[in-house]
Design a protein around this ligand. Structure first.
Ligand code: AMP
Length: 317
């Protein structure tokens, strides 16, 4: 389950005006209430909606399915595409009756099936729908039709942090520190909910209306109360050594902390610390052999990168 890294190496595994104003107020007025999806809800990908309701003996599941069936595409005016993900596109959308602007993530069921990623999508919905934090893209609800699954998300008006970093080359120490502090707060929240993100990278960090950062894409996330996982997943450049040490790695939520060090390095220099050919990146990570940091950086910045990379549990939550 390894994904492509920063639009470079691959490895296995309508125009619409933003309606200004206070986003919290809009959020309150929106009639798209976040729904709790019971953990035993069958994957939304395979079973037709009607049979899900008819065959379910579980009242709670039926109620949840019925509630998400109340949402449908006709409720939204679809705007310009915001980006492309693994199984489909994300569009700007407006909820017709409330005027609430959101992002509609459309996942193609056939593609999900072809990739045998039903569990993956189910997990994304389960994990994301249970999170609520200013540093995490809001999840308002989901629904599906015969071909697609739709996730209704908070619109992150500033787009991907990845694109901003590419445009600006690198960030000043002050800005990098500010960004890392924000991501760290989101991580503290995630970890307090026993969720590991496992795929943090600049592409998965979006920028909100007020330039605040928001973690997104919970496709590789997992709810792990035991704090122990063994699946190799994520994006090579950002993986910690313990994930690469064997075919059956054992790791904890500290994997996200390692990535925080990688992100700090990337914010300060514009490139990931171990970026190389696939084989070399692998080797470099195992040896913790990062490319040298520019001499112009302050000792504090260098120390921070090295201490997070050295696994000093500064963030263990
Ligand atoms: P994803 O499938 O979640 O990786 O999303 C694909 C791309 O769509 C992202 O890289 C963003 O550029 C864009 N995108 C996803 N979610 C949002 C959102 N909530 N607000 C704005 N743009 C988004």
């Amino acid at each position: 389950m390894l994904t492509a890294t920063n639009k470079n190496k691959m490895i296995p595994a309508a125009k619409m005006q933003h309606r200004g104003g206070d986003s919290e107020l809009l959020r309150k007025h929106a009639c798209l209430n976040r729904m709790q999806i019971p953990s035993h809800l069958p994957p939304p990908t395979i079973v037709a909606a009607s049979s899900q309701v008819a065959n379910s003996s579980d009242a709670e599941t039926s109620a949840a399915v019925a509630r998400h069936l109340e949402l449908h595409l006709g409720l939204f005016e679809i705007g310009r595409p915001l980006g492309k993900g693994k199984f489909g596109r994300v569009y700007l959308a407006r909820h017709r009756t409330s005027g609430y602007i959101c992002a509609l993530k459309v996942l193609n069921k056939d593609e999900i099936k072809r990739e045998r990623a039903e569990m993956h999508v189910r997990r994304e919905i389960e994990v994301h729908s249970n999170l609520r934090h200013p540093g995490i893209v809001g999840f308002y609800g989901w629904f599906h039709d015969s071909r697609r699954i739709f996730l209704i998300l908070e619109y992150a008006a500033g787009g991907e942090l990845y694109k901003t970093l590419q445009k600006e080359g690198r960030f000043s120490e002050r800005r990098a520190a500010n960004y890392i502090a924000q991501v760290a707060l989101s991580l503290i929240y995630l970890h307090s909910k026993n969720v590991m993100h496992r795929d943090m990278k600049p592409e998965n960090i979006l920028i909100g209306l007020y330039s605040e950062l928001k973690l997104s894409d919970f496709g590789y996330s997992v709810h792990a109360p035991s704090n122990r996982r063994d699946t190799l997943c994520g994006t090579l450049d950002y993986l910690p050594p313990e994930m690469l040490q064997s075919d059956k790695p054992e790791y904890t939520k500290a994997v996200d902390q390692w990535t925080l060090g990688v992100l700090t390095y990337e914010f300060l220099t514009g490139e990931a610390p171990f970026e190389d050919t696939v084989a070399m990146t692998h080797r470099r990570i195992l040896k913790n052999h990062m490319k040298p940091l520019p001499a112009s950086l302050s000792p504090e910045a260098k120390d921070f990168v090295h201490s997070v990379g050295d696994f000093t549990p500064i963030l263990i939550l």
